[in-house]
Write a new protein. Structure first.
Length: 128
């Protein structure tokens, strides 16, 4: 199984936050799961730190991604083409690009965002 973590799912995993439910934890930890983290999540983290919405050290997040054996996804043209064809049910550009990447990569998007079902992307909730 391939799973792309939404930014909050990544941060909850790294912080061992209870908002990440048992099923989500099992999927991430399963040895047969290929866990993707997007550079978009690192970008979103930097932006939110800079505007005061989040406290995090991006260097530490990056080190934890490497230590966790996660696969980093860059932004590619296929992701942007998918993004250009997506509807805009809500206005979060980070979520839009992450969902486009999940679709292109054939990954389940792990997110607690209530808007995800409107986009036709395979997903599972963090709390589930």
């Amino acid at each position: 199984m391939k799973v792309l973590l939404d930014t909050h799912a990544l941060l909850w995993w790294l912080a061992d936050d209870d908002q990440l439910g048992t099923k989500a934890r099992e999927v991430i930890a399963h040895p047969d799961t290929e866990v993707f983290v997007s550079v978009v999540s690192l970008w979103e983290t930097v932006v939110k730190v800079r505007v005061g919405k989040l406290q995090a050290d991006v260097a530490q997040v990056w080190e934890a991604i490497l230590a966790g054996g996660f696969t980093l996804i860059d932004i590619g043209i296929a992701h942007l083409l998918e993004l250009s064809a997506m509807p805009t049910h809500h206005r979060d550009p980070f979520d839009h690009l992450l969902m486009a990447q999940a679709k292109v990569e054939g990954a389940v998007f792990l997110s607690e965002d209530r808007h995800v079902p409107s986009y036709g992307v395979q997903y599972m909730t963090c709390s589930g």
